[in-house]
Design a protein around this ligand. Structure first.
Ligand SMILES: Cc1ncc(COP(=O)(O)O)c(C=O)c1O
Length: 466
């Protein structure tokens, strides 16, 4: 009798978690405070298409966006402009994670059977696939972008002497797996030099395409490239470069640390073979979440690395692997067959997708672009400031990169924090003569905070360039 009561209690709590996910933050927290009639009501982990009504939310509708910013747990007074490094989760995502940890510790059996079960994971996978624009069988959950970049770099069969292209504005998470593979297997790293000022910002996308084109030889077998550079925030012409690569039989691996949650992403239309994304940056899921995409027709050419599934359809005991595991191991799920997982992280991916979908990925992208443009145009007339971000929307999105003449970017980051509690970062690499500040403009940033950033940078610029 007692046992039944305890389980009933748990069932209710499980239902609460389901309801929380179903209602999402707007339904639960903001009911009546904004025009929720504009917003779609999504079922838990079922929806896999993007909403289409969100264009109604203007990027400068401050009463709406201030409510969105209010969903974050940031300490009062802090202006958080470093989503590019790590996205703080909004309250609904944070709460879903806390609840999941609590439920897992209270009754792991019930939680794994009724909440974090295969049906749930499949539904989250379908929702994530819909969000980033691919099929469910093409996407695996990973711990972060780096993991996807490593699997993508080591996954294809290559021979000694085959060349792999990357650039010196790639992140070490993209470039160093290439150097590791080359050191071990005799493939050749070919680094495109993007250090010339003509790339920051480029006059138009053709400048970047030409740089990749020049690096291609008859031995090029793979191009690893960033969708959005972490140095200057440049959005690369991915489709054009991938089309070029494909016309020459070259594989493409895209480092998508930044676009998920920043851009209204449609991976299939990019034409890449592989795409490694983060969920813990602009998507705002829990820390240590990401995904790895492999185009369906390429799945049998990309080997998994950290792996415990069937090999050539055979299980550990030399017998044919049974279904449904066999079928799963023939999809992108093979890239996530690597041992125990943290339930609460999958829960945050689901909650973060709901959060984004209730606002609308297109509305979020427009808002991020609006904030970046506000900062960019605010800074461009300040004496002593160089802006590295393009005003061309094809080449720029949620990151704005700049530098004050005579002020070390590290000093500016520290000054903004000490004086105003504005958190931006500096990206400094002496080896490629790159030293700049970078601000991430995402939905926890209010318009007033964006304007404060401009004023605070101007203040420092005046002090040093009087
Ligand atoms: C372009 C780029 N790639 C990869 C990474 C590594 O991302 P993760 O921490 O998700 O592995 C980062 C991190 O900031 C990045 O900016």
């Amino acid at each position: 009798m007692k046992k039944a009561t305890a389980l009933q209690g748990l069932d209710e709590q499980i239902e609460d978690i389901r309801l929380l996910s179903r209602r999402g933050f707007l339904g639960k927290i903001m009911a009546g405070t904004v025009a929720t009639g504009l917003l779609p009501n999504f079922a838990l982990a079922k929806q896999s298409k993007k909403p289409t009504v969100s264009k109604a939310i203007a990027p400068d509708n401050d009463s709406f966006w201030n409510h969105v910013a209010d969903q974050f747990l940031l300490r009062p007074g802090v202006s958080y402009m470093n989503t590019g490094t790590g996205g703080p989760s909004p309250r609904s995502v944070y709460q879903a994670q806390i609840d999941s940890i609590q439920q897992t510790n209270a009754d792991r059996f019930s939680y794994a059977s009724h909440v974090y079960n295969t049906e749930f994971k499949d539904a989250v996978r379908a929702k994530l696939a819909g969000f980033v624009g691919c099929k469910s069988n093409e996407i695996a959950f990973t711990n972060n972008t780096t993991e996807g970049m490593v699997v993508g770099t080591f996954g294809p069969d290559l021979r000694p002497g085959d060349e792999i292209i990357y650039t010196n504005h790639d992140h070490s998470s993209g470039g160093q797996p290439i150097n590791l593979r080359c050191a071990r297997q005799g493939t050749i790293p070919v680094m495109v030099d993007l250090s010339s000022p003509k790339f920051h910002p480029p006059k138009d996308p053709s400048v970047i395409i030409a740089a990749y084109e020049r690096a291609i030889t008859s031995r090029t077998k793979m191009i690893s490239l960033c969708h959005v550079n972490y140095t200057d925030g440049c959005v690369l012409p991915i489709k054009e470069i991938c089309d070029l690569a494909r016309s020459k039989g070259i594989l493409t691996l895209v480092d998508g640390a930044h676009p998920p949650g920043m851009l209204d992403l449609d991976i299939s239309s990019l034409g890449c073979d592989m795409y490694a994304g983060a969920c813990h940056k602009w998507m705002l899921a829990g820390q240590l979440t990401g995904f790895f995409y492999v185009r369906e027709s390429m799945l049998d050419r990309i080997w998994p690395t950290v792996y415990s599934g069937p090999v050539n359809g055979i299980n550990l005991y030399g017998k044919p692997q049974s279904e449904p595991y066999l079928g799963r191991s023939q999809t992108a799920q093979k890239y996530e067959m690597h041992g125990s997982t943290n339930y609460s992280l999958g829960i945050t991916i689901n909650a973060a997708l709901d959060f984004h979908n209730q606002i609308g990925p297109d509305a979020i992208e427009s808002r991020d672009r609006y904030l970046v443009e506000r900062v960019r145009s605010g800074l461009q007339n300040v004496p002593g400031i160089t802006i590295f971000s393009s005003e061309d929307p094809r080449l720029c999105a949620g990151l704005v990169s700049f530098r004050i003449k005579g002020v070390k970017p590290k000093l500016l980051s520290e000054t903004l924090w000490q004086r105003h509690r504005i958190y931006i970062r500096n990206v400094t690499h002496d080896d490629i003569d790159w030293d700049a500040n970078r601000a991430s403009m995402h939905i926890m940033v209010t318009t007033r905070q964006a304007d404060n950033l401009v004023a605070a940078v101007e203040e420092v610029a005046k002090e040093h360039n009087a």
